[in-house]
Structure formats: structure tokens, C-alpha cells
Ligand binder design. Structure first.
Ligand code: PBG
Length: 323
């Protein structure tokens, strides 16, 4: 045999020498859930180790993460039912929980990167990402609301706004609104290929944001489709996105690879709540080795082509020294 691939696996030093993929803390983005109150920290039942934090605890959490070298955060609010309405007006009210949280984080830790979620669902009495009329999710009528929301996030200090709503044309619309208001330096991380996935279940528990009727299939993508992701990618790129995101990550590794091969922009991937929950559940039962399976999941997402990974594992892998 002229070629014996095992020679390059014969010792730890050689294995590391030829290792193709690495993960650094700089690649990780930690999603954090925020809730109203003082000194609140309640675990999300379906996401062991993940909490809803009141703003005071959120600041402690950001500080603890920053000490570990974890510097990027994606914030999501749990909004009281009484504040939700058809037009998601709470999303751009100056004293809202979410805008206060952004301001507080950036005031106390100006060096961290704050990513904000732009979509109506946490604030909408319909629980949908867009404006609902007669059971239909309206596209163009939603864009103005998303732009107001993105602008409010920028004014509060967001470094990156991340539209997760899947309305057509929203990246260009938001880019325009930001630029017109002199926020030319605020980036857009677009949820480019966001699928209508069952793996968002635990997240909707965390935010109490499940749709009140129907599903999200008229705006989120069909899990059976790959080529359609290229249509979305081309549009987002032409509308001024700075990052293209694929979501979920683990069950869409082929889509991550496809985008990686077809764009020069950085590709991000969202290792979503259900992907986290299933790994935790198996690990808790002793059915999987938690460290090895977690690292294998993150490595696979990097190997597929993701530059940045949004993952609920971000803090634990640093805390436990798994990186
Ligand atoms: C809301 C949004 C969702 C997630 C991120 N932003 C849920 C949804 O679209 O229903 C899911 C994140 C996760 O499951 O971890 N637009």
C-alpha cells in the first residue's frame, strides 16, 4: 500500500497537526433570554442550563461570559402577554424591556457585540413574525414595523440587527431605514435560510411566543428545499446583508455548505433550541457522552462552513474547558 491514511492519525501531535477545522471563542455567539423583574433567573424547562434573566442578572451573565472570552450575544425578550398587540408596538416603545436591556448591556460593556432579533413574534398578540390580517401574514405591511424595530435597536446601541422574520425584501428595507438615520455602521445578520422547523419548540416555550393559530410555513422555508436557499442568499446579498445565516444548523449542514460555496460573505449558523434540548436530554440519561457529542456537533457546523455559530452551548464549552 502506497497510501496509508492511518499514518496521519498515529499520534495526538500529528492528529492535531493535520486537523482541518478549529473552533475559537471568537466564533461563538450566545443567545440570552430576558424577562422583566429583579434578580430573576428561571431555567427554561426544556433547555437545562439555559435561563431567562432579568436585566440585573443579564449584566452579571454578560460579565461572566466576557471573562471567559465569550463576547457576542444575541438577545431575546420574554414579553408579558398584556403588552402584546397586533402591531407589536411594544417592540419599539422606548422604555420596553428589550430596549432597556440593550442600552444597559452596551453602557456597562461597550466592548461586547450585541446582536438583536428583528421579528414581531415575541410582541405580537398573534404570535407570528409578521402582521396578521384575516388569518394571512402580510408581507409589505410588516416591513415598516420591522424597520421601526431595527431602528429602535440601533438607537439603543445594537451592533448587529438580525431579522429572523423571513418577510421578502426586509433586508433592503431595514438597510435603507438604518442608513437614512445615519446608522450606516450597524450591521445586518440576515436569517437567510430559515426553515419552518420543529426544532424551535423549546425557544417558543422560553419566550411564550408560539403562534396563536396556524404555523409559519407561508414565510419560513420548506425543510425539503435546498436550492431555494440560493434565491434567498442572492436577495440578501443584493439588499446589503453583512452575514448570511442558516437555521437550524445541525439538520441543515448541507445548506450551510451550499451558502459557503456561493457567497463571499461570512456564513453564520444557528444551532437552535431543539438541537440543544435533544442533546441535553440524551446526555442527562447517560445515553450520550455530553462533552464529546457537544464538541462533535459544533465541529460539524464549523466544518460545513459556518464562520460564526449561535449556540446555547457557548458558555458551557468555555466554562468546562472543552474548546
Ligand atoms: C423568532 C425566532 C425564533 C428563533 C429565533 N428567532 C423562533 C421562530 O421562528 O419561531 C428560534 C431559535 C431557537 O429555536 O433556538 N422569529
Amino acid at each position: 500500500m502506497l497510501q496509508r491514511p492511518r499514518r496521519n492519525r498515529k499520534s495526538e501531535v500529528i492528529r492535531q497537526m493535520v486537523q482541518e477545522t478549529h473552533i475559537s471563542p471568537a466564533n461563538l455567539i450566545f443567545p440570552l433570554f430576558i424577562v422583566e423583574g429583579k434578580n430573576v433567573k428561571t431555567e427554561v424547562a426544556s433547555m437545562p442550563g439555559i435561563y431567562r434573566h432579568s436585566i440585573d442578572n443579564l449584566l452579571r451573565e454578560v460579565e461572566a461570559c466576557a471573562r471567559l472570552g465569550l463576547m457576542s450575544f444575541d438577545l431575546f425578550p420574554n414579553i408579558e402577554e398584556s403588552l402584546k398587540d397586533k402591531y407589536a408596538t411594544e417592540s419599539y416603545r422606548n422604555e420596553s424591556l428589550y430596549l432597556r436591556a440593550i442600552r444597559e448591556v452596551k453602557k456597562n460593556f461597550p466592548e461586547v457585540c450585541v446582536i438583536t432579533d428583528v421579528a414581531m413574534d415575541p410582541y405580537s398578540s398573534d404570535g407570528h413574525d409578521g402582521l396578521v390580517e384575516n388569518g394571512e401574514i402580510l408581507n409589505d405591511e410588516t416591513l415598516g414595523i420591522l424597520a421601526k424595530m431595527a431602528l429602535a435597536h440601533a438607537q439603543a446601541g445594537a451592533d448587529i440587527v438580525a431579522p429572523s422574520d423571513m418577510m421578502d425584501g426586509r433586508v433592503g428595507y431595514i438597510r435603507n431605514a438604518l442608513d437614512e438615520n445615519k446608522f450606516t455602521n450597524v450591521s445586518i445578520m440576515s436569517y437567510t435560510a430559515k426553515y419552518a422547523s420543529a426544532f424551535y419548540g423549546p425557544f417558543r416555550d422560553a419566550l411564550d411566543s408560539a403562534p396563536k393559530f396556524g404555523d409559519k410555513k407561508s414565510y419560513q422555508m420548506n425543510p425539503a428545499n435546498q436550492r431555494e436557499a440560493l434565491i434567498e442568499a442572492n436577495l440578501d446579498e443584493s439588499e446589503g446583508a453583512d452575514f448570511l445565516m442558516v437555521k437550524p444548523a445541525l439538520v441543515y449542514l448541507d445548506v450551510i455548505k451550499l451558502l459557503k460555496d456561493n457567497t463571499e460573505l461570512p456564513v453564520a449558523a444557528y444551532n437552535v433550541s431543539g438541537e440543544y434540548a435533544m442533546l441535553k436530554a440524551a446526555a442527562q440519561r447517560g445515553w450520550l457522552n455530553e462533552q464529546r457529542s457537544t464538541m462533535e456537533v459544533l465541529m460539524s457546523i464549523r466544518r460545513a462552513g459556518a464562520t460564526a455559530i449561535l449556540t446555547y452551548h457557548a458558555k458551557e464549552v468555555l466554562e468546562k474547558g472543552w474548546l
